[in-house]
Design a protein. Structure first.
Ligand SMILES: [Ca+2]
Ligand SMILES: [Ca+2]
Length: 417
């Protein structure tokens, strides 16, 4: 009796909380995100000893001399100049802000200098001069790569390109004997418009390992420690058509940018658990120590929500909970479904909860890596992809047909434990 009354009180409290929280409109809340974003520490990108750094994060490494960095307006990429050791020529490169996916944009026998990103983020201006002699001219190249176009040329040294708000390229002409200007850091992009407040998944190492028969269950937790929410919207024109996901990204001025191709959602009908799942949000794998795949999960998908505020202290921006949806439960014919995780919140799934496990049958005794990876195909835009994997080193043994699992080591930020 007492238990029943207690649970009724708890239910009423939960209902009251839901009523208080539910009416908070997503769009109105964007303004406070923007205001908070202005208080974020500036993330200056600097060149030191031939490598690029953002704060304590090293963006580039290796023998090449990297310098003259310039932030993209949305601060997701950095343009820079790379000179290989022993070479006179140099080239324009772009690297993702977490150090991933560096690509070269220019080739040929030329010296490149002073990249400057256009305010709309689509083009990069730079100065270049042939290695065999001649003067610097100013060129413009598409930021995704392509053919460069001459913006300012002639016998004098045209250097230091910069952009007007309207997208026109200005430059400076050096006087004879005038020293060549050098750029060692890029504090911000004041010439640019609003920037993206991206989420950042930070995967925790697997925990609460539990065996059920030959299945190894585990809890998984993914913190959003980014500047904005993970915000996914599924939409389709008619029931029966595939539900494709868009990612909505908040901007620092309160606006929203929409990315198509953020994955797929699928309706999962189960007696306890019928709703729309985001596919490929996380992947669970057993791998050998040299990285070969042994077993993969069969989990059907994920329903993101602000249920657990565990990441709050690790987040740069904490704007409170905002995603309380049930992922369109019991609506298989829904045309639209929205889900997400606010900064400071954690997506947490307990062991054996709808596929939170791996089948060990047939796996020989030995030492393995149990790897959890968030956003494995990078279909969602985020600040940093280098913190998406975490792992355990485990020892598997078999006793009378039953598995035993012992954790040997825990690696919170690496797939190779
Ligand atoms: Ca020139
Ligand atoms: Ca991440």
């Amino acid at each position: 009796m007492a238990g029943g009354a207690g649970s009724r009180v708890r239910t009423l409290r939960l209902l009251a909380a839901a009523v208080v929280l539910a009416p908070i409109p997503l769009v109105a809340a964007a303004v406070s995100d923007g205001a908070r974003a202005k208080g974020l520490a500036k993330q200056t990108v600097t060149a030191r000893d031939g490598d690029l750094w953002v704060g304590a994060r090293q963006l580039t490494r290796g023998a090449a001399d990297d310098g003259q960095p310039d932030w993209a307006p949305d601060r997701r990429h950095v343009a820079f100049v790379r000179q290989e050791p022993g070479e006179r020529r140099s080239a324009l490169w772009v690297v993702r802000r977490d150090g991933g996916r560096a690509t070269r944009l220019t080739g040929g026998e030329q010296v490149v200098a002073m990249p400057a990103w256009s305010p709309d983020g689509t083009r990069i201006a730079y100065a270049a001069s042939p290695v065999e002699g001649g003067s610097f001219d100013v060129w413009v190249i598409p930021a995704q790569g392509g053919r460069p176009r001459l913006a300012a040329g002639g016998p004098a040294e045209q250097v230091q390109p910069r952009w007007t708000a309207a997208g026109k390229v200005l430059h400076r002409t050096l006087q004879p004997g005038e020293p060549f200007p050098e750029k060692t850091s890029d504090a911000d992009t004041p010439r640019s418009g609003p920037r993206e407040l991206l989420p950042d998944f930070d995967q925790r190492a697997p925990f609460r390992l539990t065996l059920a028969g030959t299945k190894l269950g585990f809890a998984s937790a993914t913190d959003n420690i980014g500047e904005g929410p993970v915000w996914v919207r599924g939409a389709r024109a008619r029931a029966g058509a595939p539900m494709r996901a868009q990612q909505l990204v908040r901007m620092s001025d309160g606006g929203v940018r929409v990315y198509e191709g953020a994955g797929r959602l699928r309706y999962t009908p189960e007696s306890t658990h019928s709703h729309w799942h985001l596919l490929d949000f996380q992947r669970y794998e057993l791998r050998t120590l040299d990285g070969s795949l042994v077993v993969r999960d069969r989990k059907s998908g994920f329903c993101l929500a602000d249920h657990y505020g565990q990441a709050a202290r690790r987040s740069m921006v904490y704007t409170g909970a905002r995603f309380f949806g049930n992922c369109a439960a019991y609506q298989p014919r829904a045309l639209r479904v929205e889900q997400g995780t606010s900064p400071g919140f954690t997506d947490l799934y307990p062991p054996h909860f709808h596929g939170q496990n791996l089948e060990l049958r047939g796996v020989p005794a030995g030492v393995y890596l149990l790897v959890h990876r968030a956003n494995p195909s990078e279909q969602l835009q985020e600040l940093d992809y280098s913190n998406n994997a975490a792992s355990l080193r485990i020892r598997l043994s078999w006793v009378g047909g039953s598995p035993r699992v012992e954790t040997l080591r825990r690696c919170e930020s690496s797939a190779r434990c």
